[in-house]
Write a protein that binds this ligand. Structure first.
Ligand code: NAG
Ligand code: NAG
Length: 749
């Protein structure tokens, strides 16, 4: 730490992970063992006499070859972990007067899934950043074009006049009002620490304001319309006069707070408020709107004409800021004199506030956020995941890296002087054009500028394109989490989310932005491998499904697929199983998880691979052959009251029938039946039980593991009575399927 060389003290430092001395030899030894497993498979192919078994055997080899190669890819993300640390004090000392403008984009798309209160809490949390307010601008992009969201934002702009001074005065954290009130009242309840008198009075006053605002917004949501007085009071609502539907309307743009507006730009202490802008870009049925990427690109252009901040933060509307200093953290990277000029974006992890202790659905993705992204950072930078990310405006707009010439000497310089001479209306009119449907025609937007189009996970390809332009990115994962979102609370939501992700990532691999060829030679080989681990999620499904069916069926039939315990070939299998299991457990515990959480994570790992990834894989292949949309209809989410009670108690929530659940229960029952069949055989057979067990040891372990990990499914099928259980029709269907599979397999050869 501290000064380096000639009085230069950096704004951030980078430390290498400490575990590498142990990890690297371990990984190499594990690879040797994997290699011996492959050798075993190839040298022990059953002779032709046993015929049908050849295919079973080759299938095992195929699966193990895949697992081994995939494991090799994931090593790239574990080889060279780095950890970042920032020096915000140095930043303030050196640059407090020269901080750049920061534009913050909050994106919302659907007023029903994303309630207005949630959206404005996110907006308020970022408006209240500890940052010079005249350099901060917040843009809400509303792809739902809902006048109720606009109304909520107007309400929020008034509440901000009290909220921001309150935050500053009492150093409030976190600065999302809902989260703050939630924390403080549950804390006060526990500790009875209610001593600061002024604080209490002002707290009560601000809570009252908040509650009143909440009531007005919720009432208008319930009514489905904005109250008449409010509508008359603000001219912005007239923009909905020409509105015909969510998919067919003009650009709606309203600068709600702006420094130029002398009446309405200051808080109750007379301090200027951040600029606040509402945008619903133009939509027409005949024009493709390119989803979130299209919204982001409109924001990029509109904000360039209004505030033109050099740094851009984008967050999803369900991710509030949990740390008011995050902007400063990010600037420590961009403004570092030595290394800042090569950094294009700073990605924060996606964290969640609603995760229970043992994280039943593996929502916190611990290994990704605590290990793999640190590994990607060591290879040139993490992926851009579409939220909680700070960008340089220039790079997001397509600027290529050019060593030395990208240094910014004056971060405060604003190229955008035109707006100074205009009044607000002129500025709004001029900016509206930038968000029109036709603006991008015959331009490079979506191709080389802004977020790239043509792929469902536009964020990832955009990040990849930026890195391929020569830039680096940084992963910053502070202990106190910077952004908190809402995690899925049912199994079905989790699986659907992962289907979408894995499908999108798989399509990247097959698209022109593939990390395999597009990025080849432009980013490091290790980072190419790192990207590929995510792009290949979906293709993991086949090997996993094979491994959860065939060994168990063979077990029942008495066909041995693994070496027996006394054979030397048993050793590599045992080493890989014990080594990988212990390593993954340790990795999980070191990343802050619990043992039960690890077991849950393992279960979700299996469920994702056998349902989400499988469907993603099949859908992608179908699309490749021109069979257009998914055959697997996604059922709507059910949100009942008892759902969240079960969530708190970590009881797995099924509650609906879905093709994904059919697969999961069929696999679970198949293994249960095979295991029970084995027990029956063992009891009936005399004498040779031990010998048979010795020969079938690994298969028995595998089948037993699959039965154990599926316990929640058996409970959901047969034992539970609450609404979250699996429907009984599904129990019948999957029992029939599992039994048919067993009978069919027995009848073979
Ligand atoms: C999420 O957590 C908040 C408090 O942190 C709680 O009020 C809310 O009910 C939770 N939501 C769900 C769906 O569990
Ligand atoms: C969010 O911020 C608060 C401080 O305001 C902190 O106590 C808490 O640990 C943070 N949450 C997480 C998940 O880091």
């Amino acid at each position: 730490m501290g000064a380096v060389g000639m009085g230069y003290s950096p704004l951030f430092e980078t430390n290498k992970g400490r575990g590498r001395v142990i990890y690297r030899p371990f990984a190499i030894s594990l690879f040797v063992a994997i290699f011996f497993i492959w050798v075993y498979r190839l040298t022990h192919i059953p002779s032709k006499v046993e015929d049908g078994n050849i295919w079973v055997w080759l299938g095992m080899f195929g699966a193990e070859l895949w697992f081994g190669l995939y494991w090799l890819l994931t090593q790239a993300l574990r080889w060279n972990l780095v950890f970042r640390h920032t020096f915000k004090d140095t930043l303030s000392q050196r640059y407090e007067d020269k901080l750049p403008g920061v534009d913050i984009y909050v994106c919302t798309a659907d007023p029903e899934i994303e309630p207005a209160m949630m959206v404005i809490n996110t907006v308020l949390s970022v408006m209240a950043y500890d940052y010079p307010t005249h350099k901060l601008s917040v843009y809400l992009s509303d792809d739902g074009a809902s006048d109720i969201t606009f109304y909520a934002l107007l309400e929020a702009s008034n509440f901000a006049k009290h909220w921001l001074p309150f935050c500053k005065k009492f150093n409030v954290e976190p600065r999302s009002p809902a989260a703050y009130f939630n924390n403080i009242f549950s804390m006060a309840h526990q500790n009875n620490q209610y001593d600061d008198h002024t604080h209490n009075i002002e707290l009560a006053a601000i809570k009252k304001l908040y509650d009143e605002m909440e009531k007005r917004i919720e009432d208008s949501t319930k009514m489905g319309e904005v109250p008449k007085e409010a509508r008359l009071k603000h001219k912005g609502f007239s923009q909905w006069d020409s509105y015909s539907s969510k998919r067919d309307h003009d650009t709606i743009l309203q600068i709600i707070l702006d420094k130029k507006d002398p009446n309405n730009s200051k808080d109750i202490d007379g301090i200027v408020l951040p600029t606040l802008v509402y945008l619903a870009r133009e939509k027409r049925p005949q024009h493709s709107h390119n989803f979130k990427a299209g919204a982001m690109n409109s924001l990029l252009r509109v904000s360039s004409s209004i505030s033109n901040g050099k740094i851009i933060l984008n967050v999803d509307c369900d991710m509030y800021s949990n740390n008011s200093e995050s902007v400063r953290d990010a600037l420590c990277f961009f403004m570092d004199e030595e290394k800042g000029h090569e950094i294009a974006f700073v990605q924060f992890p996606q964290n969640f506030e609603n995760v229970t202790k043992n994280d039943l659905y593996g929502s916190s993705l611990i290994t990704i956020s605590q290990v793999e992204f640190h590994g990607a950072d060591g290879l040139g930078g993490p992926l851009y995941i579409g939220t909680g990310c700070f960008h340089r405006r220039d790079t997001l707009c397509g600027m290529k890296f050019n060593n030395g010439q990208n240094r910014i000497n004056d971060w405060t310089k604003n190229e955008n002087d035109q707006s100074l001479e205009e009044n607000l209306e002129e500025l709004e009119e001029r900016s509206k054009v930038l968000a029109s449907c036709t603006y991008e025609e015959n331009t490079l937007w979506g191709k080389e500028m802004g977020l790239r189009y043509g792929c469902p996970v536009e964020d990832v390809i955009t990040g990849l394109a930026i890195q391929s332009n020569g830039w680096k990115s940084v992963y910053y994962n502070p202990k106190r989490k910077a952004f908190l979102g809402v995690a899925p609370t049912t199994l079905h939501q989790t699986l659907v989310q992962h289907k979408r992700w894995s499908e999108g990532d798989f399509q990247i691999l097959l698209s022109k932005y593939s990390p395999a060829w597009f990025a080849h030679g432009r980013i490091s080989l290790g980072l190419q491998m790192g990207y590929s681990t995510y792009c290949l999620w979906a293709s993991n499904s086949l090997a996993t499904v094979y491994y959860s069916i065939i060994p168990s069926l063979c077990l029942l039939k008495g066909t041995s697929l693994f070496p027996k315990m006394s054979s030397p070939w048993f050793i590599p299998f045992a080493y890989v199983i014990i080594g990988e299991t212990s390593y993954s457990l340790l990795e999980f515990l070191f990343s802050g998880g619990t043992i039960q959480g690890w077991w849950n994570d393992l279960r979700i790992w299996l469920y994702k691979r056998t349902s989400s990834y499988l469907f993603a894989f099949i859908d992608t292949i179908l699309k490749l052959f021109g069979v257009s949309d998914s055959a697997f209809v996604i059922t709507a989410k059910v949100a009942e009251e008892d759902v969240s009670k079960r969530y708190e108690k970590e009881i797995m929530e099924f509650g609906t029938s879905s093709p994904m659940f059919t697969i999961l229960s069929t696999l679970a029952l198949l293994n249960l039946f095979c295991f029970l069949g084995l027990l029956k055989d063992a009891m009936l057979r005399e004498g040779s039980t031990l010998e048979a067990f010795e020969e079938m040891f690994l298969q028995t372990i595998l089948c037993g593991f699959l039965v154990l990990i599926n316990l929640p499914i058996y409970q959901g099928l047969f034992l539970r009575r609450d609404n979250g259980r699996l429907p009984s029709s599904l129990a019948i269907k999957s029992t029939a399927l599992a039994l048919s599979l067993i009978i069919f397999f027995r009848s073979l050869a």
